[in-house]
Design a protein around this ligand. Structure first.
Ligand code: ARG
Ligand code: ZN
Ligand code: CA
Length: 243
């Protein structure tokens, strides 16, 4: 990928209450967080420990808000079966999903912050869902998930990133410059946190693809950057973005 990667974004808002009909300012705050986090412009980027300074990455992908679509609903929660993406189920079908990133803001339920579809899935359900309480800079009431990092984490999945612990004990995320983690980390882990996996590496708990609090995650790596860039190249699953 030589040119700059610019992703048009469509935000689909499903609301039952006025609070759920999130403002344009809140929507834009999520776009702003993505632009910071994917361009190493986040203010906590300099908190990356020296141990990881050689692998931390400016991913170099920008996001442009193109359209906001709003729809009222009587549904109290949407779950994780993609109903919010289907008109026949009261949801909003994605707009041009092969050339635009679609985000949905709605009530998911069951304490789920967000979920994403990996590249290569059906275009009719492609995109990222974020519960409205965690969409963008969402205020103190939603701490510790109020800094928009659910969006960053989920867009990471949408760009083919796996959880850093590989969803298994000492599992693999298919990225060579991220250390092997025992399992997911929560909260604000103390540094250094050693893995007991082979080689006992210091875990990269501050990676966006762990499960820590929003204020405890602030980096991607070069290996993750390559994995993301690859999906947009010719023959890649998101080549239609024309980047
Ligand atoms: N549980 C969600 C997922 O696996 C999102 C986790 C986001 N973490 C955060 N600190 N906002 O995709
Ligand atoms: Zn995840
Ligand atoms: Ca790894």
């Amino acid at each position: 990928v030589n040119g700059k990667i610019e992703i048009p974004v469509v935000v689909n808002v499903l609301y039952r209450t006025t609070a759920q009909n999130i403002s344009l300012a809140q929507i834009q705050s999520q776009i702003d967080v993505l632009n910071k986090d994917f361009n190493a412009l986040n203010s906590d980027y300099n908190n990356v420990p020296a141990l990881f300074s050689g692998v931390k990455a400016n991913v170099g992908i920008t996001f442009v808000l193109e359209q906001v679509i709003r729809k009222s609903t009587t549904k109290t929660q949407w779950g994780t079966n993609d109903a919010m993406k289907k008109t026949a189920q009261g949801g909003i079908a994605p707009t041009s999903p092969t050339t635009k990133l679609n985000l949905w803001s709605c009530v998911i339920g069951n304490d789920i912050l967000g979920y994403a579809q990996f590249p290569g899935g059906p275009s009719s359900t492609d995109g990222v869902v974020i519960d409205y309480r965690f969409f963008g800079l969402s205020g103190a009431a939603n701490a510790p998930f109020n800094l928009g990092r659910t969006g960053t984490h989920e867009v990471g999945h949408w760009m083919n990133l796996r959880h850093i612990w590989g969803d298994a004990t000492c599992g693999s995320d298919l990225v060579s410059d991220t250390p092997t983690h025992n399992e997911e980390n929560y909260g604000v882990p103390a540094y250094p946190h050693y893995s007991t996996c082979s080689g006992t590496p210091v875990e990269m708990t501050m990676n966006y693809m762990d499960y820590t609090n929003d204020n405890a995650m602030y980096m991607f790596t070069n290996g993750q950057k390559s994995r993301m860039a690859a999906i947009f190249t010719s023959g890649g699953p998101r080549a239609a973005f024309g980047i």
